[in-house]
Ligand binder design. Structure first.
Ligand SMILES: Cc1cc2nc3c(=O)[nH]c(=O)nc-3n(C[C@H](O)[C@H](O)[C@H](O)COP(=O)(O)OP(=O)(O)OC[C@H]3O[C@@H](n4cnc5c(N)ncnc54)[C@H](O)[C@@H]3O)c2cc1C
Length: 534
């Protein structure tokens, strides 16, 4: 065994939703935990999802009953433990003449969905005839409309914040968090994992000892396994999924829509999100580079065409897309068969053939990260031969869930921001928003507003740097303050935020310019019109 290295019971590779959930659960149960990500937290698949906390109605078609049951119950726990982040979402399924899924099948699915979530707090489904549906959603295509089913699921508008709050809870329970630290070697000793080597942002290598290692690197699972001393088979065979984001359009729906694509019969979502509409997704086998995935022209055309078909007044074109994002589902490798039939269940793979104590997480959903984490930490306890306390995450709120009403009073009483600005802070930081007005109370320049409308405080930028380990402008804008997903990608605030960050982090002028250049280049890469129109 390697000596004199900092040593941990568990090292988690990858700070997406699964890694963050595992780190939190393990730390809460008293294990010494470190979690590392080669980029910022939540910079992989967890940031490019449809942002639904859902049972997965579609999985009923593949008889994945246990997965739907588990997901529906996890939805309930998430609503209870993170009500500031996870909100109810009504979804309509229009029924058109000639569609693959007819009224009876949809009705049966709805009943099964209600039964599997018998003790939910959300309302049951209802069925509308075509006249009723026309009244509530006048922009919906009328031609061939037979009616609709409506049901409730939930939405996590900013999954980035869900991942972050898991990490904050992990840190409070003693876990160490290292972002921009890429693991490039896993070492073993006498057939057991022993240590790993990671490279930090400056290019320096560090080695840490670990009795167990959880490879929660999502689509990168096989790449990470290649850094271990022995070879193994392929585990992940991803499919690419893309979304486009557009501003409210003519005839846009009030509720979210779950529609069957005319082109291939796949279900896709049109979801009100962040003052815009999130439309997706595609599902295409993918074997290319994992680090910079962007929506292709064919995917964008497919999503635009399907939206225009269901909402004919929309008449969307590529020029109407504010931005798009894409990524890869880390699904279990399966050589043949339709993409949509690959199981969405997670697999907790013990890589004993490589080294005892090494575990890889394959698949999983945002919705079920908590139960996956519980099952993983139960396995770790067995490997470590430790009797750990029971898992507590089912009943433990995430940090921002505490003190929301008190925070609201404090923000209002401070008079520091507008009513809109205050509500925005609460919807992003929950009760933790109170700390932002505390920072602002220190006086200028922290209490200064950084926009003309007076919604945003300089103190918010400082808060996410001090309290939420943001280190780059993209971290601040796209994964903490969340303004990167506004229709203009928050561009009007880039210079002001950069100035606050430079003062807090002591950036030189050159560093500031380089940060701004990288931020703009990242934001540009998500824009569609310039990239795919040729
Ligand atoms: C298009 C699409 C839509 C989806 N929609 C939904 C949905 O609506 N609801 C739902 O519940 N689920 C949804 N999912 C599924 C869900 O988003 C993913 O399964 C989940 O986010 C996977 O999380 P993860 O933590 O395993 O992986 P990731 O989020 O990818 O995290 C892995 C992390 O590992 C890091 N990493 C990689 N290599 C290294 C290394 N060598 N060293 C250190 N760090 C490393 C990466 O930087 C990354 O941050 C969707 C998935 C896709 C693709």
């Amino acid at each position: 065994m390697t000596t004199k290295l900092p040593r941990y019971d568990v090292a988690v590779i990858g700070a997406g939703v699964n890694g963050a959930g595992i780190a939190r659960d393990a730390a809460l149960r008293g294990l010494r935990v470190i979690i590392l990500d080669k980029n910022d937290m939540c910079s992989g698949t967890s940031a490019i999802s449809s942002r639904l906390i859902h049972g997965g109605l579609r999985y009923l078609e593949y008889a994945e009953i246990p997965l739907v049951y588990e997901s529906l119950h996890e939805r309930r726990y998430l609503r209870r433990n993170a009500p500031h982040l996870v909100k109810p979402l009504r979804i309509s399924i229009p029924i058109f003449a000639g569609a693959r899924r007819g009224r009876l099948l949809i009705r049966l699915g709805m009943i099964a969905y209600d039964l599997l979530s018998y003790n939910k707090s959300l309302p049951h489904h209802d069925m509308l005839n075509s006249d009723e549906m026309r009244k509530v959603e006048p922009g919906l295509r009328q031609d061939g409309l037979r009616g609709a089913a409506r049901y409730f699921d939930a939405q996590v508008a900013f999954a980035e914040r869900l991942v972050l709050e898991n990490l904050l809870a992990a840190r409070s329970a003693g876990a160490e968090i290292k972002t921009y630290c890429e693991v490039h070697q896993i070492k073993s000793c006498h057939g057991r994992v022993d240590s790993l080597v990671y490279r930090d942002k400056s290019g320096k290598d560090h080695e840490i000892g670990a009795d167990t290692i959880v490879n929660a690197s999502g689509p990168w699972v096989d790449e990470v396994l290649k850094t271990a001393p022995r070879r193994t088979r392929r585990f992940v065979g991803g499919t690419k999924g893309s979304h486009i984001v557009v501003s409210p359009f003519a005839g846009a729906p009030n509720d979210a829509f779950y529609v069957e694509a005319a082109a291939d019969g796949r279900p896709l979502f049109i979801i009100p999100w962040n003052g815009q509409y999130l439309i997706g997704t595609t599902d295409i086998r993918y074997d290319d580079t994992l680090d910079t995935i962007r929506a292709s022209r064919a995917e964008v055309d497919y999503l635009v065409a399907e939206t225009n078909r269901v909402f004919p007044q929309a008449k969307l074109s590529i020029a109407d897309i504010n931005f798009a994002y894409a990524g890869v589902r880390p699904l279990p490798f399966q050589e043949k068969g339709p993409e949509s039939a690959i199981t969405r269940r997670h697999i907790i793979k013990l890589n004993r053939d490589i080294a005892k104590g090494l575990i890889s997480i394959i698949g999983g959903k945002l919705t079920t990260y908590r139960s996956l984490a519980e099952q993983t930490v139960d396995r770790l306890a067995k490997i470590l031969l430790r009797k750990l306390p029971e898992c507590r995450t089912r009943d433990t709120p995430l940090p921002g869930a505490f003190g929301v009403d008190r925070a609201r009073e404090k923000i209002l009483a401070s008079g520091l921001t507008t009513e809109w600005g205050g509500e925005r802070l609460l919807s992003i930081y929950g009760g933790r928003a109170a700390a932002i007005v505390e920072i602002a109370a220190a006086g200028a320049p922290l209490r200064d507003k950084i926009d003309l409308d007076g919604h945003y405080l300089a103190a918010e930028v400082v808060f996410v740097i001090r309290e939420e380990f943001a280190v780059t402008l993209a971290d601040i804008i796209f994964r903490r303050m969340m303004i990167g997903f506004d229709a203009d990608q928050g561009r009007s605030l880039y210079d002001a935020i950069a100035a606050c960050a430079a003062a807090e982090l002591g950036w030189s002028k050159t560093e500031l310019h380089e940060e701004l250049r990288e931020l703009r280049s990242y934001a540009d890469s998500l824009r569609v019109a310039e990239r795919v129109s040729s």
